[in-house]
Design a protein around this ligand. Structure first.
Ligand code: C2E
Ligand code: CA
Ligand code: CA
Ligand code: CA
Length: 274
């Protein structure tokens, strides 16, 4: 080996150790975060377009790191998934979301809460068992809990359909998240026992260019298979008007509210009471 090759190798070795070290460090910190309650749930309201009523909210996790401040999910969910810590973390998410939503039901009986499932978790045999346990413990009616899975997670239909059917037996609703970014066909979608499509933000952002084609096509595709359609990442009044005209059922986005801490969600609900 040449001197250059050796020094290059050392360089990569160092880099690799650093990332492995960082991951181990992060794993340790994630465990500690769970134990010492550094996670918090934010909630983003979901609005029904025909009535303007708040019909639900998506629970989105935040990490209040004691030194580094607020860490967004994109920074730690991938490592949580790699290390398997996503399982206890999302268990905390589901229980907290169900518990906090239960407290709102007397005043807002139409409310439901959506939680995001990870691929690893979706395929876990214990998922249904855990969901049932959490619903019993928190006393939340199953139809008030919605689970979001990505389009990608349903691509292997032979694997996905039995899991989806078991979830339907529990009584929770199922939404397909980031819809439009995969390659679903109508015939394949029809086979899935789902309740709602959540159109990915990218389609709403490009409303100008794609106006004539993609958005209305996805909305009617959803309606054709008998599911509701929600548009994500709605930021402007113009987008709201357009989606209303195209008979999109629900919207979620900064135009109405950013993800809110629980207490701000309560205020938002009060202000938007119909
Ligand atoms: P997602 O499920 O697609 O969530 C929607 C993301 O879009 C959220 O980012 C939300 O804050 C953001 N968003 C909503 N409305 C708008 C808008 O009008 N404009 C723009 N620019 N952005 C908007 P967030 O909270 O950072 O979450 C990112 C991703 O992290 C989520 O994407 C989801 O995949 C994952 N995630 C969040 N919470 C959890 C969790 O509890 N468990 C799991 N497994 N994943 C989670
Ligand atoms: Ca989601
Ligand atoms: Ca999404
Ligand atoms: Ca996403």
């Amino acid at each position: 080996l040449s001197k250059k090759a050796i020094s290059q190798f050392r360089f990569f070795e160092k880099q690799m150790n650093r990332t492995i070290h960082e991951k181990i460090q992060m794993e340790r910190e994630l465990r500690k975060a769970l134990e010492s309650g550094e996670f918090e749930l934010y909630y983003q309201p979901q609005i029904q377009l025909t009535t303007g009523q708040v019909v639900g909210m998506e629970a989105l996790i935040r990490w209040n790191h004691p030194e580094k401040g607020m860490i967004p999910p994109n920074k730690f969910i991938p490592i949580a998934e790699e290390t398997g810590l996503i399982i206890p973390i999302n268990e905390w998410v589901m229980e907290t979301a169900c518990c906090q939503t239960k407290q709102l039901l007397d005043q807002y009986p139409f409310l439901s809460v959506s939680v995001n499932l990870s691929p690893y978790e979706f395929e876990s045999r214990r998922l249904v068992y855990k969901l049932v346990k959490i619903l019993e413990k928190t006393n939340l009616p199953p139809h008030c809990l919605d689970v979001e899975i990505t389009e990608r997670m349903t691509m292997d239909t032979e694997k996905a359909i039995p899991i989806l059917k078991r979830l339907k037996l529990v009584g929770v609703t199922i939404s397909i998240d980031d819809f439009g970014t995969g390659y679903s066909s109508l015939s394949y979608l029809k086979k899935l026992p789902i309740d709602r499509l959540k159109i990915d933000r990218s389609f709403v952002q490009n409303i100008q260019e794609e106006k004539e084609a993609v958005l209305p096509a996805i909305i009617s595709l959803g309606h054709n298979i008998g599911v509701k359609v929600l548009a994500e990442g709605v930021e402007t009044e113009q987008e709201v008007a357009y989606l209303k005209e195209k008979q999109c059922d629900e919207v979620q986005g900064y135009y109405y509210a950013k993800p809110l801490p629980y207490h701000d969600l309560v205020k938002f609900l009060e202000e938007h009471k119909k």
